[in-house]
Write a protein that binds this ligand. Structure first.
Ligand code: ATP
Length: 342
C-alpha cells in the first residue's frame, strides 16, 4: 500500500533535517509518495502569509505530515500567524507526544511528555484592556479529557508505571484546577498506573535533579512546551528530541527543536530528532517492518557515535544520513525477511 506524505521543510535547518529524513525514508520504503509544501516565515516574507486555508485543506488529504521547523519573525509582525500553531489547531492535533530518552548521557532519563496542543495559553487570544495586556488561558473539560484518555491508554500499552499530572492549580485555580480534576477523573479507570501530581516549578527542579524519577507526564500546552526543551537539555539535546502530533483524523511528525538560525546552511544540524520522528510516522502508518529496520539502523549509528558537533562529533548532517542509509541497505540485503514490505 502506498502512503501519501505531505512534507513541510520550513525555515532554517528545517530543509536540511527534512532532506535527511526523506532520504532515509526513501531508502527504507518504496511505498511512500512525497509532496512538498512551502510554509513558514520564508513564505511569509515572500507572500505575506506563512500558510493559507488552501494549503490547510490540501494537508487534510494526506496520510501523514512530516514537518521540519519554522522560524518566528523577530519582534511582533502584523498579520503573522504561526504556521505550526495554525496546523495543530486547524487539523485538531490535540496531543503532542514527546518521548525523551537519553542514549548518550547515562542519566537514565526515559520520559514521555503528553502536552495538550490546541488550547491553554497558546489559544492566542491576546488583547489590550486600556494599558493592560491580557492573554486568555483556555482549558476545557472535553479537550483535557481526550488528552488524558490518550495518555493513559498509550502509557498502558507501553508498559509504563507512573504518570505525573503537571499543573499550577494552587495559583491558577480555575484553569489548571479544571485540568487537574479531569486528569484525576480519567486516572480512576487506570488503577494499574500510579498517578501523582506536581506543580510545574517543582517538576522542573525534580527533573533537573533526578531525571529518572519521571516516567510519563501529562500537562497543559505552555508547560509541555517548556518541559520538552528542559528534558531535551537534560538528555542528549534538542538534536535528539522527536515528537508526534496526533489528532483523531490527522497526524504530524516533527523534531522538538526550532529552525536554529545560528547553524542553518552549515550542514551541521543534527538530523536524529527528525529521523526518529519519521520512524514514529512509519509506526503510525503501521509500516512496522520498515520502522524496525530504521530503528536498527539508527541504533547502529548512535552506538558508533557518528554525531554532529552538538554532541561532540565532527560528522556533517549529510554524512550521518548516508551512514544510516548504508545501514538500512545492509539490513535489507541480509535477507532477514524484512524486505517483504506492506
Ligand atoms: P526558533 O526561533 O526557530 O525557535 P531557536 O534557535 O530560538 O529557533 P531552536 O531552533 O530550538 O531555537 O534552537 C535552540 C538551540 O539549539 C540553538 O543554539 C540551536 O543551534 C540548537 N539546536 C537546535 N536544533 C538543533 C539540531 N538539530 N542540531 C544541532 N543543534 C540544534
Amino acid at each position: 500500500m502506498v502512503h501519501k506524505i505531505a512534507v513541510i521543510p520550513g525555515d532554517g535547518i528545517g530543509p536540511e533535517v527534512i532532506d535527511a529524513a526523506v532520504q532515509v525514508l526513501k531508502a527504507v520504503s518504496n511505498n511512500l509518495n512525497f509532496t512538498y509544501f512551502e510554509v513558514g516565515y520564508d513564505r511569509f516574507k515572500k507572500k505575506g502569509e506563512a500558510i493559507n486555508d488552501e494549503i490547510l485543506e490540501k494537508l487534510k488529504k494526506f496520510d501523514a505530515i512530516l514537518f521540519g521547523a519554522v522560524a518566528s519573525p523577530p519582534g511582533i509582525v502584523k498579520n503573522y500567524r504561526s504556521a505550526i500553531l495554525t496546523i495543530r489547531r486547524d487539523l485538531d492535533l490535540y496531543a503532542n507526544i514527546r518521548p525523551i530518552k537519553s542514549y548518550i548521557k547515562k542519566n537514565n532519563l526515559d520520559l514521555i511528555i503528553f502536552r495538550e496542543n490546541t488550547e491553554g495559553l497558546y489559544s492566542q487570544n491576546e488583547y489590550m484592556r486600556d494599558k493592560e495586556a491580557v492573554a486568555e488561558k483556555i482549558v476545557t473539560e472535553e479537550k483535557t479529557r481526550r488528552l488524558a484518555e490518550l495518555a493513559y491508554k498509550k502509557a498502558t500499552e507501553m508498559g509504563r508505571k507512573r504518570l505525573t499530572i503537571v499543573h499550577k492549580a494552587n495559583v491558577l485555580r480555575l484553569t489548571d484546577g479544571l485540568f487537574l480534576r479531569v486528569c484525576r477523573s480519567v486516572s480512576q479507570q487506570y488503577p494499574e498506573i500510579v498517578t501523582d501530581e506536581k506543580y510545574i516549578d517543582n517538576t522542573c527542579y525534580q527533573l533537573a535533579r533526578n531525571p529518572s524519577s519521571f516516567d510519563v507526564i501529562i500537562t497543559t500546552n505552555l508547560y509541555g512546551d517548556i518541559l520538552g526543551d528542559l528534558a531535551a537539555g537534560i538528555g542528549d539535546g534538542l538534536g535528539f528530541a522527536p515528537s508526534s502530533n496526533l489528532g483523531t483524523r490527522w497526524a504530524l511528525f516533527e523534531p522538538v527543536h526550532g529552525s536554529a538560525p545560528d547553524i542553518a546552511g552549515k550542514n551541521i544540524a543534527n538530523p536524529f530528532a527528525t529521523i526518529i520522528s519519521a520512524k514514529f510516522m512509519l509506526e503510525y502508518l503501521r509500516r512496522k517492518k520498515e520502522a524496525e529496520i530504521l530503528e536498527e539502523a539508527i541504533k547502529f549509528v548512535i552506538e558508533r557515535k557518528i554525531f554532529t558537533p552538538d554532541l561532540g562529533g565532527d560528522f556533517k548532517t549529510v554524512a550521518i544520513t548516508q551512514q544510516i542509509i548504508k545501514e538500512i541497505e545492509k539490513i535489507q540485503s541480509k535477507g532477514t525477511g524484512y524486505e517483504a514490505q506492506n
